[in-house]
Design a protein around this ligand. Structure first.
Ligand code: SF4
Length: 395
């Protein structure tokens, strides 16, 4: 349920109307063993009723918050490309009907290898999608099986070729490291295959064993042969070296891009700027309120008939917003700037007055460094490796 906003508690920037839009399609062909995202095996799910519901939420959001031009759209999941071409067309038409898209909008859709045939790619292109992020995860078929993926390495290569043939140029893939039974050599081989694809953007994530996953249950039974911590660290360092050597700039802890191809949508999150979050389990941050939607497919559909399908919603006060600013902002390798902090929280606020002691401690530990020309701070090389320690220090 929405709570009334207390204007005095909300710093001025947080009343800005979002220019970013996230939409969640919670269906997948199967459930990967490590996955704790809000996703459900598509077979037997009321997908058309879900599309009705997400359209109701778009309409209600647009009515309540009268959106200004949207500069970035991200359709995530789940696997949005499990929708049929007709469902994709219907969904993408609804997005454009309810939200005015800016010229030059970055419009990303997540996809899994093997779920994008030429009819779906045509529907995506026609519907305005201009960037695709593929969940490749590895180019080792054995490892793909171990983590519960149903595609093979060749599916990634074919999917990228199909996307390029359909006219998509702005493409990214996700790779994972720290997988069960993964050796450094496996990762080196996967990075070589990934770089051969010559893409403008790569996202590289370490496996986290999350609760309520098969991997968590295996971990508790001591049946998950994860690499040692040093080996996982060596994998991350190898990734950073290889991507840098191939001309990619690491602009965030897990993200690498050729100049001009950084994800504009995700940068919204890292800059702690507002965004609409629509769909089952989606989070949003708009007009000073953070919300989380109801997660289950049918409960979400039912709730969307009565109003906005919120599980929880709360006004963000200045202290929470400042902590968020530091935690997400330091993920960007350019770090946080005093000028951005003051834009969000007012001219009398500064990084040093709010976080001076914590910043000083992290500098002494060699994890943060000053960026004098920006009046800001960023992670050191050591801080990049121990990012979670740094982010946690600001809560
Ligand atoms: S494809 Fe992605 S969202 Fe779907 S189950 Fe696998 S990891 Fe989760």
């Amino acid at each position: 349920m929405n709570m009334p906003m207390s204007p005095a508690a909300i710093p001025p920037m947080h009343t800005w109307t979002p220019k970013a839009l996230y939409l969640h399609i919670p269906f997948c062909t199967n459930k990967c063993f490590y996955c704790d995202f809000n996703s459900y095996v598509a077979e037997g799910q009321p997908i058309d009723a879900y599309l009705d519901a997400i359209e109701r939420e778009m309409a209600q959001t647009a009515r309540q918050l009268s959106p200004q031009q949207i500069e970035t759209v991200f359709v995530g999941g789940g696997t949005p490309t499990v929708l049929t071409p007709a469902q994709l067309t219907r969904f993408l038409t609804a997005v454009r009907r309810h939200f005015p898209l800016a010229p030059g909008v970055e419009f990303t859709m997540e996809a899994n290898p093997g779920t994008t045939d030429s009819a779906k790619l045509a529907a995506m292109l026609e519907g305005g999608v201009n960037r695709i992020s593929f969940g490749a995860q590895s180019f080792n078929d054995e490892l793909l099986k171990i983590i519960g993926r149903i595609h093979e390495a060749e599916d990634v290569v074919r999917s990228i070729a199909n996307a390029k043939a359909a006219g998509f140029t702005n493409l990214s893939i996700d790779l994972m490291f720290g997988l069960p039974n993964q050796k450094l050599q496996h990762l080196k081989d996967s990075v070589s295959r990934a770089l051969e694809l010559d893409l403008p953007h790569y996202s590289l994530y370490g496996l986290k064993v999350e609760e309520n996953t098969l991997f968590h249950r295996m971990y508790q039974r001591d049946e998950l042969p994860l690499p040692e911590e040093e080996e996982e660290l060596a994998m991350y360092q190898h990734l950073m070296e290889r991507l840098a050597g191939a001309g990619y700039r690491q602009y965030e802890i897990s993200n690498f891009a050729r100049p001009g191809h950084e994800s504009r949508h995700n940068t919204t999150y890292w800059r702690n700027e507002p965004y609409y979050g629509i769909g089952a389990g989606a989070h949003g941050y708009a007009h000073g309120l953070r919300h989380m939607n109801i997660k289950g497919v049918q409960p979400y559909i039912d709730a969307s008939r009565k109003g906005l399908p919120r599980l929880e919603s709360h006004p963000v006060d200045a202290a929470e917003a400042m902590e968020d600013f530091m935690m997400v902002g330091l993920r960007l390798l350019q770090g946080v700037k005093s000028s951005d902090f003051q834009t969000q929280f007012g001219p009398e606020d500064s990084l040093d007055s709010h976080f001076g002691a914590t910043i000083q401690r992290l500098i002494e530990q060699g994890l943060l460094e000053r960026v004098p020309e920006e009046h800001g701070y960023r992670l050191t090389a050591q801080g990049i490796l121990l990012g979670n320690e740094v982010f946690g220090a600001f809560v």
